[in-house]
Ligand binder design. Sequence first.
Ligand SMILES: [Fe+2]
Length: 318
Amino acid sequence: MKPFSELSEQEILALAISSEDEDARTYATFANMLMDKFPASGKVFVEMAEEEHEHRRRLTDMYQKKFGDFIPLIRRSDVIGFVRHRPAWLMKHASLEKIRDYSEIIEAENYNFYRRAAKRASDLAIKSLLNELALAEKGHSSLADRLGDKHLTPDARVEEEEAQRRLFLLQVIQPGLVGLMDGSVSTLAPLFAAAFATHSTWETFLVGMAASIGAGISMGFAEALSDDGKLTGRGHPIIRGLAAGVMTAVGGLGHALPYLIPDFWTATILATIIVFVELGVISWIRYRYMDTPFMRAAFQVAVGGFLVFLAGILIGNA
Ligand SMILES: [Fe+2]
């Protein structure tokens, strides 16, 4: 993975070409899904796919003129700062509403990308093409109008801000949730090992604190280094690192805090209940925000978390 700020002009164009291709095919997939039930909406997506193909052709022409025929394959997933979207072909039963929201987020993301890319470009022809494409992506955000959705305000600006807000939320929520999950699961083993090894609530609490804060520091650093914020504009790495670190620590502190209760079994039973609630909540969050099918998310978190929990108890009793 490479940060956006380190991409050369040539790499930015190569990335834009693969992104346009991906989006064209995503829209074509939506068109395919909608065609039977909502032919008018399906047609809108056919047009959008064609527009994206046209963008790709213009980018490819520009690339070849400036850099020759060899275009390296650089995808969004290779560059730090892009949101991971659920692949369209896996969205079997998505509603029209969901498809529209999803498309608007992609456009908001593309708009930000082209605007920042244009700012970085030094070649005038490339700069003006990138600026034009930024505007074209913005033009798409009247998608709701084109889909003939009467419930939405006709004010395209409001929709655009809404899409930007949702994109920002995704950029913040995803690392926050990863931190919360990592904090809850990774601290289970040391906490319960300490509990059953010492039967002392205070010492258990201290180990729980140390494990949570340690995990927080580690996740905080990982987040701070993962994204320099140049592409996403989601803030200074130190602030984001702090936020992710705090979320991770909070995930671990949830089941450490009961050990402030002096009675060992009361504290342990309460902590165990909290662990089960946490694992349930995490499964649900994964399902809701991370597009993991619920049963798989639940299995992964609940069974994985439970094994970590058991490992802690067994080792503590050894
Ligand atoms: Fe485009």
